[in-house]
Design a protein around this ligand. Structure first.
Ligand SMILES: Nc1nc2c(ncn2[C@@H]2O[C@H](COP(=O)(O)OP(=O)(O)OP(=O)(O)O)[C@@H](O)[C@H]2O)c(=O)[nH]1
Length: 348
């Protein structure tokens, strides 16, 4: 359940021209990330050429940093399987993680779906962090104009605010507030063109058992310290014009896993396209510590365990970021289907 020695596949996304490749270049130059394999779709669009050292074959190259870089023209599964086969046969250096850079108009959900749904990929890989780059000059207007941009922001575990050098502090603050409003649980990292990114901050993920409790505590703090709480009268809607709401389903009574799993799959079947992101902790009957769940749109990752409850007491708290979905109805169906006493204002 906890991933064992699988390799994390991180997804680097962000709208057209946001600064994905610039960030990737700086990350790959860091000695700590020399053992990274990179998968880029539509290679012709990105300018990594000056980093290229040696062509291993038509699709795979070694970068100066020692990283392996692979192009995806066909499907992601084939690219990942090929990388693993060449790594095993010693044709390319061993690598410890993979970063997939998407095109600017990609929705990250299908990548997550590929990794979680395919049995062979699931055996070797696990979903790492979704890192979304958003540039200050265009970020807010892209979120409003392009559904792909919104989905990239909502899906993120890390939001990198780029081109801060091209804006003043007010513009940066406005973008950060807008990003927080769409996705309160992601870590915000502001970078300008020359900043050295912190690889730990961007790529340490939930599979890193030492980082996991802090990561989860951060989600919960982010939710507790914002207005994103469910209460009897609905949510405080700071994102009305986008029809996006983040809300928390919270209840202290332990859940029966089979019942909860059925409820969740029914919810995602019916409303998967409206649910942009879901993450949280479950208090389950017969399970001592919290179980971490997270999903992107209709895809849910394999659950993970935490050893201790971040607040010291068992409490189910699920953050949902949804578009066009009434939180009151979701909360009601969560409580009714799982046979819970309504938490109401007392738990909010
Ligand atoms: N001033 C400034 N320019 C930046 C910064 N980051 C990226 N750029 C510039 O923005 C342009 C686009 O950057 P890329 O890194 O290619 O962006 P991308 O997201 O990979 O672009 P696509 O792959 O085309 O979607 C380039 O000209 C970069 O030099 C930054 O922090 N500050």
């Amino acid at each position: 359940m906890n991933g064992g020695d699988k390799l994390s596949v991180h997804v680097l996304t962000g709208f057209l021209g946001a600064g994905k490749t610039s960030l990737l270049r700086r990350l790959l130059a860091l000695p700590a990330l020399g053992d990274t394999a990179v998968v880029i779709n539509e290679f012709g669009e990105v300018g990594l050429d000056h980093l290229l050292l040696e062509a291993v074959d038509e699709d795979i190259v070694l970068l100066k940093s020692g990283c392996v870089c692979c192009t995806v023209r066909g499907d992601l599964k084939n690219a990942l399987v090929t990388l693993m086969e060449r790594r095993r046969s010693g044709e390319i250096p061993a690598f410890a993680r993979i970063v997939v850079e998407t095109t600017g108009i990609a929705d990250p959900a299908p990548i997550v779906a590929t990794l979680t749904a395919d049995p062979m990929l699931r055996h070797h890989f696990r979903v790492g962090n979704i890192v979304t780059v958003v540039d200050v000059p265009n970020g807010l207007s892209n979120i409003d104009a392009y559904p792909e941009s919104l989905r990239q922001v909502a899906a993120a575990d890390r939001l990198v605010v780029s081109k801060a050098d091209l804006a003043d502090t007010e513009e940066i603050a406005a973008l950060e507030a807008g990003l927080r409003a769409v996705n309160p649980t992601a870590t915000l990292v502001a970078l300008d063109e020359h900043a050295v990114p912190d690889p730990e901050r961007l790529l340490a993920d939930l599979h890193d058992e030492t980082a996991r409790p802090a990561e989860v505590a951060r989600w919960l703090d982010a939710v507790a310290s914002t207005r994103w709480r469910f209460h009897a009268h609905g949510t405080h809607d700071v994102n009305a014009h986008r029809d996006i709401r983040a809300f928390v389903l919270r209840n202290a009574q332990p859940l029966a896993w089979p019942r909860f799993a059925l409820w969740l799959s029914m919810l995602l079947n019916r409303h998967g396209a409206a649910i942009l992101r879901l993450k949280g902790l479950l208090a389950l009957e017969g399970v001592e510590g919290p179980v971490v769940i997270q999903g992107v749109q209709h895809i849910v990752h394999a659950p993970l365990h935490l050893k201790a409850w971040p607040r010291g007491v068992p409490l189910t708290e699920i953050v949902v970021i949804a578009r066009g979905l009434d939180p009151t109805l979701v909360q009601r169906s969560f409580e009714a289907f799982n046979r819970l006493r309504p938490a109401g204002d007392a738990a909010a």
